[in-house]
Design a protein around this ligand. Structure first.
Ligand code: F6P
Length: 323
């Protein structure tokens, strides 16, 4: 293998730059030519591909976002789009790809691999931490810390006004950010898609809190919560508890930005390196992850299709610790 390319695709995540830096430098260390594909699969189709040298990735480990930019490409979902992408790969003689992203990124990579046989290794980069085959995904820890910082601030104002706050955090289909933020922020309740919830349960929790003389309460709601979004749940709660002063806040994309935490920089560095080493060892069609501090390669098929279970004991813990 002489030439490899690196791309970031899907939602950006803090720590992706550390992974790019590691993949580029690991490639150069192993005497490979390294290319950066701009805007993920879109750039692969458009031919927006640039040679990267060591200096191109200096001074980025501490920066959020992705210097390679990211996109969600509809064209890559079509065979025509993927044919164009393959032409560009052949033109440059690229023999291996490091694809940094989440579920959608690996789905695209798996299809492309099957059609054209270009060895690809995935690096889990998503704030949602919803990929099977790794304890943590790049960006998750930073997103949780950003959400916690916001929650600490909301607590100040909630306490001053004796208010109930519903705070919605990201996580399209997963409650990982919500559960960690809820525990770290001392929430009264956490609502996640992995656990069935009801409005009655919310009312009981808030009423029990008031009975125990709690003046303010905070409920963290995952974006993917089945019952509805935090706005809907707060409106329902207001209808049933008109004597309580209830507010809601959606944290949104603020959770996707900012300087990566130490954990995300180190995770990104380890996985960027592991991806290149995996390619050189002849691996393909796998995601590099870290389980129990060891690098593990999991097939794209499993990382996409198997569900990483959320530890339900943590939900119980939130209830116990908020009495
Ligand atoms: O997958 C990461 C994530 O931030 C999800 O938590 C969220 O549902 C989604 O991306 C938002 O995506 P977009 O970039 O399209 O707003």
């Amino acid at each position: 293998m002489k030439k490899i390319a690196v791309l970031t695709s899907g939602g950006d995540a803090p720590g992706m730059n550390a992974a790019i830096r590691a993949a580029v430098r690991a490639g150069l260390y192993n005497h490979l030519e390294v290319y950066g594909i701009i805007r993920g699969y879109k750039g692969l189709i458009d031919g927006d591909i640039r040679r990267l040298e060591s200096k191109d990735v200096s001074n980025i480990i501490q920066r959020g976002g992705t210097i390679l930019k990211s996109a969600r490409s509809d064209e890559f979902r079509t065979k025509q789009g993927r044919d164009k992408a393959y032409e560009n790969i052949i033109k440059l003689g690229i023999e291996g790809i490091v694809a940094i992203g989440g579920n959608g990124t690996f789905t695209g990579a798996e299809i492309f691999m099957k059609e054209f046989g270009i060895p690809t290794i995935g690096v889990p980069g998503t704030i949602d931490n919803d990929l099977y085959g790794t304890d943590y995904t790049i960006g998750f820890d930073t997103a949780v810390n950003t959400a916690l910082d916001a929650i600490d601030k909301i607590r100040d104002t909630a306490d001053s006004h004796d208010r109930v706050f519903f705070v919605e955090v990201m996580g399209r289909d997963s409650g990982y950010i919500a559960i960690q933020t809820g525990i770290g922020g001392g929430a009264e309740m956490v609502m996640v898609p992995e656990n069935p919830d009801s409005i009655e349960g919310v009312i009981d929790t808030l009423s029990a809190g008031r009975d125990r003389k709690k003046s303010s309460s905070l409920i963290v709601v995952a974006e993917g919560e089945d019952l509805g979004d935090a706005h809907y749940i707060s409106v329902k709660a207001k209808e049933m508890l008109p004597h309580m002063d209830i507010r809601m806040t959606t944290l949104g994309h603020v959770q996707r930005g900012g300087a990566p935490t130490a954990l995300d920089r180190i995770l990104g560095s380890r996985l960027g390196l592991a991806a290149v080493e995996g390619l050189l060892e002849g691996r393909k069609d796998v995601m590099a992850g870290i389980i129990n501090d060891q690098v593990v390669y999991t097939s794209f098929h499993d990382s996409i299709n198997l569900k990483k279970p959320l530890n339900k004991d943590l939900i119980k813990m939130v209830n116990i610790l908020s009495i």
